[in-house]
Design a protein around this ligand. Structure first.
Ligand SMILES: CC(C)(COP(=O)(O)OP(=O)(O)OC[C@H]1O[C@@H](n2cnc3c(N)ncnc32)[C@H](O)[C@@H]1OP(=O)(O)O)[C@@H](O)C(=O)NCCC(=O)NCCS
Length: 318
């Protein structure tokens, strides 16, 4: 078995890497939300910006049997790397996962990183190997979220009459950018992250624009924002991605600013996004910490059900 770095200039090699990732993950996690091939193509062929990414593969003969990804943040959190390791089911328990992990650790150390983090998701009804593997390589749990899934349509929520809902797709319109950036940064600062010791990412207009541009290549990006009628102030937003060519959405941030809480705006904003989706989008995924009682209740009231537990784990590699 050999560990190689993916040649991102080779389209056939990119396709093979993605196919192995998909097969390996899907066999343990029927509800996994995976990076689509199109989205992977965008990331694998774009120049690096705020993150540097490396893709590795374990090869036997000419067959790729396992893959790994290493992501190095270049702005904040320069002591950390994030990774994922996936091995085809028929090639497991032969040290391939550990070999990929060791290669990831070596590269992360070379880049000066002292901690390696990752997400391990465990299906509620399929016993997967991810958590045992993470423990075996020395990673410890730092935070847990539930992965929830809802079928669309959901029962529509009422919008508090003191607010109206604005929606946009793709790039945030200029007139709302300042308020939207303030909310995005409030979200990054507020979201519960358990014992994960991470610097908060700070978005400025250039960084928001770069992320909007990249995301739009692979996703239909939809935002709903609540505007207080009395003064036009934006009080919250909800962000939804629909990967191109799929029938599911991925519910990302939902934030209601502190002085606008208590009006059920979170549920109303999510519903506004779902109501605008084409009819062939029939499922939405989301993640919420069980300790985030308000959002967890909002989600279950909308019909979301827990399908996986997602553990954020971290290993010290200094
Ligand atoms: C997790 C995964 C990568 C392990 O790959 P692998 O090649 O089987 O891993 P290894 O053979 O190197 O195992 C290393 C150690 O992990 C632990 N481990 C791996 N699978 C395990 C299982 N099913 N039950 C218990 N322990 C397990 C063992 O301690 C093992 O050492 P040992 O075989 O000497 O006892 C693979 O099962 C997988 O791709 N799962 C789906 C994706 C996933 O969950 N990835 C982890 C997220 S980063």
């Amino acid at each position: 078995m050999q560990i190689q770095q993916l040649d991102t200039t080779d389209p056939a090699a990119r396709r093979a890497w993605h196919a192995v990732m998909e097969h390996a993950v899907r066999s343990d996690r029927p509800h996994a939300l995976l990076t689509t091939y199109d989205a992977f193509e965008v990331v694998a062929t774009s120049p690096r910006t705020y993150f540097e990414r490396t893709w590795l593969q374990a090869v036997e003969g000419s067959e790729v049997v396992g893959v790994a990804e290493l992501e190095l943040p270049l702005e904040e959190n320069r002591d950390v790397g994030w990774c994922e390791v996936d091995v085809l089911p028929e090639h497991r328990r032969r040290g391939i996962g550990r070999g990929l992990w060791d290669a990831v650790v070596e590269r992360a150390r070379q880049a000066g990183r002292t901690r390696l983090g990752g997400e391990v998701s465990v299906d509620l009804s399929v016993a997967g190997a991810g958590f045992a593997f993470a423990t075996a390589v020395g990673a410890a749990e730092k935070h847990r979220e539930d992965h929830l899934l809802a079928d669309l349509p959901v029962a529509a929520g009422q919008v508090d009459p003191a607010y109206d809902v604005l929606t946009w797709r793709g790039r945030c319109p200029d007139e709302h950018r300042e308020a939207y950036l303030a909310m995005r940064n409030q979200m990054n600062a507020d979201v519960p992250t358990g014992e994960l010791d991470l610097e908060v990412e700070v978005l400025d207009d250039a960084r928001l624009a770069a992320s909007e541009e990249r995301l739009m290549k692979a996703y239909d990006v939809r935002v709903a924002a609540a505007r207080r009628r009395s003064d036009g102030v934006l009080g919250g937003y909800s962000l939804l991605f629909v990967p191109h060519g799929t029938r599911y959405g991925w519910q990302d941030d939902t934030l209601v600013m502190p002085e606008h809480r208590g009006h059920r705006l979170g549920a109303a904003l999510k519903c506004a996004n779902y109501a605008g989706l084409p009819g062939d989008v029939t499922e939405v995924h989301t993640w919420t910490a069980p300790a985030n009682t308000a959002m967890h209740r909002t989600n279950t009231a909308l019909g979301f059900r827990v399908v996986e537990h997602m553990y954020e784990v971290e290993a010290v590699i200094a």
